[in-house]
Ligand binder design. Structure first.
Ligand code: ADP
Ligand code: MG
Ligand code: MG
Ligand code: K
Length: 362
């Protein structure tokens, strides 16, 4: 009996659009001979819509249950639409499917943060990717930094600020931040895709950057900025994680003082260099830190470990992303392709890892 792979995408998140693009590629690449594939779109409001395969252009705009953003359309190309003519459904539906496996392709809060993973756990539904704890810890930049500090992985200096601290003890917070050297990066603790992040070059800009980040979270991390290359590796596995070759991001062009949302998804001038040229010993060190970070968060399935590498080869872990971007031009699948695991085989491997983990705990 064929396994039914339910691909969840969209979601109640500021990274909704990125998820749609990633999921679309996954749905197209999954092996239809091996699996029965069921797309499951989650609207911005959190409504679940069970859709058809979403591979055909949509004939009639009236049929659209959700609209296509400019970004999606641009990235997907002509004739390929993400519109669903699906029907509203609920979690109960999922429990009725025999031999089901969930494949969440959801970025940001409510998808990457352990919440939907917890739902699958309670329903005994195997699911692809990071488990509850790795998802929750990896999504929270403050928690993950504290765990990485505990296992002695080098990171840039930072200050954590809660909204109540910013209201009640602002002078203390500003003083703590003043101990960092500008520029600093102001980030919501729970977000991704650079949403809500500002590069702040002087104290005068701090106020506005904090206000922006507080739009997304009650907790903020203010980080020492580094002048460094951005080098990433992909991690795959459960107990014995494997690490891919390294890749480098080189954002270029007008407003790219850092790797912004636009640079990540909408700008062809952003280049991925795979494998990244690294001095001797640097790659090995990165691999060691990536494994250590993955194990520290109890990673399962996949993650992408992102590092800063300075001109003098200081290595800092920036973050672990438990739900890396998954379009065919995303770093994560390209790193595996370069490491000998093409996109479709990578998906199969991820499904196998989910089954293996579930078989262990069932
Ligand atoms: P996200 O989870 O949204 O990807 P990141 O922490 O990776 O957040 O920050 C997004 C981008 O901002 C990074 O890819 C990098 O370009 C830049 N950046 C973040 N922190 C720093 C830092 N401390 N020094 C220099 N650049 C940074
Ligand atoms: Mg991230
Ligand atoms: Mg990042
Ligand atoms: K993360």
């Amino acid at each position: 009996m064929k396994q039914t792979v339910v691909v969840f995408y969209g979601g109640k998140s500021a990274e909704h659009e990125v998820s749609v693009v990633s999921a679309f590629s996954v749905i197209k690449a999954l092996d239809y001979n091996q699996y029965h594939i069921q797309p499951m779109y989650i609207s911005y409001e959190g409504v679940w819509i069970k859709g058809p395969l979403l591979l055909e252009p949509v004939a009639n705009a009236e049929q659209l249950k959700f609209t296509i953003s400019d970004t999606d359309e641009m990235l997907l190309g002509d004739g390929v639409k993400t519109a669903s003519v699906g029907v509203k459904t609920t979690i109960g539906e999922l429990t009725k499917i025999a031999n089901v496996i969930a494949f969440p392709v959801l970025h940001g809060p409510n998808g990457e943060d352990g919440t939907i993973q917890g739902l699958f756990e309670t329903l005994n539904i195997p699911y692809v990717g990071a488990n509850v704890i790795a998802s929750a810890a990896g999504m929270d930049k403050i928690i993950s930094k504290e765990i990485f500090t505990a296992v002695k992985i080098p990171q840039v200096p930072y200050v954590a600020v809660r909204n109540v601290d910013w209201e009640d003890r602002r002078a203390d917070m500003v003083a703590a931040i003043a101990a960092l050297t500008y520029p600093v990066f102001v980030k919501p603790a729970n977000m991704g895709s650079s949403v809500g992040i500002s590069k702040v070059t002087a104290e005068a800009e701090l106020e506005a950057a904090m206000a922006e980040a507080f739009l997304y979270d009650r907790r903020i991390v203010v980080e020492q900025g580094v002048t460094a290359r951005e080098v990433e590796v992909a991690v795959l596995g459960n107990e014995r994680p494997e690490v891919s070759v390294a890749g480098e991001i080189t954002p270029e062009g007008e407003s790219h003082s850092f790797y912004t949302y636009k640079a990540k998804y909408a700008d062809s001038s952003t280049q991925l260099v795979i494998p990244a040229p690294l001095d001797e010993g640097v790659y090995e060190q990165i691999v060691a830190y990536a494994k250590k970070a993955y194990i520290a968060l109890d990673g399962t399935g996949v993650s992408r470990a992102d590092f800063f590498v300075t001109a003098d080869n200081s290595i800092y872990l920036n973050e672990l992303n438990t739900m890396p971007g998954f379009t065919p031009v995303s770093m994560f699948p390209l790193l595996w392709a370069e490491s000998g695991l093409p996109y479709d085989q990578l998906l199969n491997r991820m499904i196998e890892l989910a089954q293996a983990r579930f078989a262990q705990t069932a």
